[in-house]
Design a protein around this ligand. Structure first.
Ligand SMILES: NC(=O)c1ccc[n+]([C@@H]2O[C@H](COP(=O)([O-])OP(=O)(O)OC[C@H]3O[C@@H](n4cnc5c(N)ncnc54)[C@H](O)[C@@H]3O)[C@@H](O)[C@H]2O)c1
Length: 370
């Protein structure tokens, strides 16, 4: 296993960096630069030792050595690191996508990262495809169950590659798994002063798995009487999020529906280049990544938008208990969007590194205006 310490430190927060493939390798260094800048700024609250350790896991290593997630990696990450900053996985030279499945899905399952948090926040009016909507109208978070459902890989084929073939994919929902993600959503609302939680399922058709979701939701909501709780079938939720996103503060749902509805949300807030996510187990090593993939069509050109990764870094700083610093990163991103200092995907002409430099400079200023 190749370990490259970037900075030695005693009681430092330790961050494992897995940049991965394609543009993951381009945007992740910009995030590290932005984090370092924010944490090292001058002023009364300047401090925070942090240590980054890079891991070269991804397609190159897989093609070179046949290794995806090295043995002992999960234990090492779990025991020695506070968080993981992740880039993206995916390389056309590996059509099976084995390194992505083993590394990213492997870490989500093996580290038991049961919360997939996908904030949807519109930072500038011009970025939403919705007519007449402003930054005040699009601000909610999707909590997707991240370790169960249809993604556990339980199933099989019968009479494969024959005209009579049957494929079965099981939807696995445990009471423990459903309860902890629903409770996390309510706790998040309570801690952040948010008024509304919407649970979404398809219990009218999925009468066993989502009956469990219904029963657990009705039980857990009773513990949060101050929060307005609501249920919508997933098809209705998809319509309502587009019709009037102002209705939502917190959405909680299963793995498959969360995957889809959070991508819909990402588009409402400016698209893939701006969407961050956290794969979280509170109090344990958690993983933060941009939502986008490795974008082979633009990899190596230096034009990938680093803002999704930088916003994911902001979530990581929140997770480490450094919300003020996370807020500074978000404010710097908002300022870059206001000043249109952006990459071509958002209509600008700036390079990845230029945007990263700009955010770092803005984030390290002792005072910020926005
Ligand atoms: N979490 C992950 O690691 C992850 C997520 C999605 C896809 N993937 C993998 O990534 C590879 C490519 O998948 P895809 O093309 O479907 O999705 P993608 O997210 O890589 O790209 C989709 C489109 O969005 C653009 N785009 C994405 N991120 C951008 C950014 N930061 N700046 C500017 N433009 C950006 C791309 O150029 C492309 O046109 C595949 O191997 C896929 O499996 C990985």
């Amino acid at each position: 296993m190749s370990v490259k310490p970037l900075r030695e430190g005693g009681s430092a927060a330790r961050i494992a960096v897995i940049a991965g493939d394609g543009i993951g390798k381009e945007v992740t260094p910009e995030s590290i630069k932005a984090i370092r800048a924010v944490l090292s700024r001058k002023g009364p609250s300047a401090r925070r030792p942090i240590e980054f350790v890079e891991f070269d896991w991804g397609a190159d290593k897989f093609l070179r050595e046949g290794v995806t997630l090295p043995s002992g990696a999960v234990e090492m990450l779990s025991n020695e690191f506070d968080a993981i900053l992740f880039g993206a996985m995916g390389d056309p030279r590996v059509p099976s996508n084995q390194q992505a499945a083993d590394i990213l899905l492997g870490l989500r399952f093996k580290l038991d990262l049961f919360v997939n948090a996908r904030p949807v926040e519109l930072f500038h009016d011009r970025l939403t495809p919705l007519r007449d909507r402003t930054t005040d109208d699009v601000r909610f978070v999707v909590f997707r169950e991240n370790t169960e459902g249809l993604y556990v890989g339980v199933g099989g084929f019968f009479k494969k590659d024959t005209p009579d073939e049957i494929a079965v994919q099981e939807d696995v929902n445990s009471r423990k798994g459903v309860e902890r993600i629903i409770r996390y959503a309510f706790e998040h609302a309570r801690k952040n002063g948010l008024k509304r939680v919407c649970m979404s399922d398809k219990s009218n058709a999925m009468t066993f798995a989502h009956d469990l979701w219904q029963r657990v939701f009705k039980q857990v909501r009773q513990e949060y009487p101050e929060i307005e709780s609501r249920h919508l079938y997933i098809d209705t939720l998809a319509m309502e999020v587009v019709r009037d996103p102002r209705q939502f503060d917190v959405i909680v749902t299963c793995n498959l529906f969360g995957d889809i509805i959070s991508d819909l949300g990402a588009q409402l807030a400016g698209g893939l280049g701006l969407a961050p996510s956290g794969n979280i187990n509170p109090g344990r090593t958690s993983l933060f990544e941009p939502v986008h993939g490795s974008a082979p069509n633009i990899a190596g050109k230096g034009i990938a938008n680093p803002l999704g990764s930088i916003l994911a870094s902001g979530m990581m700083l929140d997770f480490l208990g450094w919300k003020e610093d996370g807020d500074r990163l978000r404010a710097a991103v908002r300022a870059a969007l206001q000043e249109n200092f952006v990459t071509p995907d958002l209509g600008g002409e700036k390079k990845t590194v230029e945007v990263g430099d700009w955010i770092a400079e803005r984030g390290s200023a002792a005072k910020m205006s926005s």
